[in-house]
Design a binder for this molecule. Structure first.
Ligand SMILES: C=CC1=C(C)c2cc3[nH]c(cc4nc(cc5[nH]c(cc1n2)c(C)c5CCC(=O)O)C(CCC(=O)O)=C4C)c(C)c3C=C
Ligand SMILES: [Fe+2]
Ligand SMILES: [Fe+2]
Length: 369
């Protein structure tokens, strides 16, 4: 076993802490080849597709990638912006604003970075850069409020895999979920309230979460329960009665049964049943992306209108809303407890003196400076 080369040890520096905001990832461009590369990495993850590897290799390489890459590229092209993929643009902006919000709370001796589970910037790339910058403590913040083995679990895998190749491993902390965090629910409530203050209220609020195969629920994945809890807390915060909202699951992939009810047919059925206006919120996504901007705001909107619905409102994700940035700062702060991010000057001096002693001793042992 060989480990990655450690950067030269710098005596006289104070170890920094870092928050890494990790999102799913997205293609580098809305082209067939870039989407194929992204889908291949994503769909080869055994956390995402739990089918025996040899069987899945044939299905993925001979059926899914040749057909889906071109279709998905067209969808990506319909939401692509001048700055790039919305998912990446929002995640980068959130990381930058989180840095500012934590600074306002007095945390200065730390870094905020963003990474993607698939595509770039990759976790190994970002974690290596943090090491080179002298980071000694890392809190991993997944962009998923609800835990699922398919998403959060897979981020943990990638972090563990990376540190399996590292000699000097930093202190690690992981945010597991925040589906019921008061500040997250508050940010969702404020976003819905602002939409209703500007546009009036719907006949039905649809809370649409990304689906997962039903089998994962039966095998113990807590995702379904966490989605339902988010919905219950948000409905209570908005003072909604059970008939004023519904929880659905979108983005089904493949032939197997996924969590039900499915978003698209449910919304079409609402229109057929005489519901004139629906508002759709996707609380499981903290950034707008293909699944919200194209699938919900374009495809599902079309289905609703075709089925006789009159008014379809898509309520954007939390993105860079001030309440969400504040919520992220609160969640991050709770996971940095005890870390010297607000290090007083006296401690800085003490750490420097300790480092000098260490440097002198290491030099005596023949270490390079
Ligand atoms: C194949 C199985 C999939 C599982 C399980 C799954 C779970 C899951 N995904 C998200 C969040 C996002 N998924 C996004 C895109 C996307 N998801 C799948 C498949 C599964 N997802 C595919 C194949 C794709 C790519 C697009 C396509 O070809 O349809 C995205 C958007 C990415 C973007 O670039 O904008 C997000 C975000 C969650 C939260 C989740 C389980 C809880
Ligand atoms: Fe997905
Ligand atoms: Fe449940």
């Amino acid at each position: 076993m060989t480990f990655l080369k450690e950067p030269p040890h710098k005596h006289g520096t104070v170890g920094r802490s870092a928050i890494v905001l990790v999102n799913l990832g997205t293609p580098d461009a809305p082209t067939r080849s870039a989407v194929r590369r992204y889908l291949k990495e994503f769909l080869s993850d055994p956390r995402v597709v739990e089918i025996p590897r040899a069987v899945w290799w044939f299905i993925l390489n001979l059926i899914i990638l040749p057909f889906r890459s071109g279709q998905s590229a067209k969808k990506y092209a319909s939401i692509w912006t001048r700055e790039g993929s919305p998912l990446k643009v929002h995640t980068a902006a959130q990381a930058q604003q989180l840095r500012g919000a934590l600074g306002e709370r007095g945390h200065h001796n730390f870094t905020v970075a963003m990474a993607m589970r698939y595509g770039s910037p990759s976790l190994p790339e970002v974690l290596s850069k943090l090491k080179a910058d002298g980071v000694e403590r890392i809190a991993v913040l997944p962009a998923y409020p609800q835990y699922s083995g398919t998403t959060t679990g897979s981020i943990y895998d990638a972090v563990f895999d990376h540190y399996g190749t590292v000699r000097n491993i930093p202190e690690l902390r992981f945010v597991r979920n925040y589906h019921d965090h008061e500040a997250y629910i508050r940010a969702l409530r404020l976003s819905v309230q602002a939409h209703w203050d500007a546009h009036g209220r719907p006949d039905k609020l649809v809370l649409s979460f990304h689906g997962v195969p039903k089998r994962t629920l039966m095998l113990g994945d807590p995702y379904h329960c966490e989605c339902l809890k988010t919905a219950r807390l948000l409905a209570a915060a908005l003072k909604l009665t059970p008939d004023q909202y519904i929880v659905t699951f979108q983005s089904r992939f493949g032939k197997a049964e996924w969590l039900q009810p499915y978003t698209a047919p449910t919304i079409a059925q609402l229109a057929r049943a005489g519901v004139k206006r629906v508002d759709v919120l996707c609380p499981g996504f903290i950034s707008d992306c293909l699944e919200t901007l194209e699938e919900i705001s374009m495809e599902v909107r079309h289905d609703f209108e075709q089925a006789g619905g009159r008014e379809f409102h898509y309520i954007p994700c939390l993105n860079e809303s001030p309440a969400w940035i504040a919520a992220m700062a609160e969640i991050a702060e709770q996971h940095m407890i005890g870390w010297p991010t607000q290090m007083p000057a006296a401690q800085h001096e003490e750490a420097k003196a300790d480092a000098e002693i260490g440097r002198a001793a290491a030099l005596k042992l023949g270490a390079a400076d």
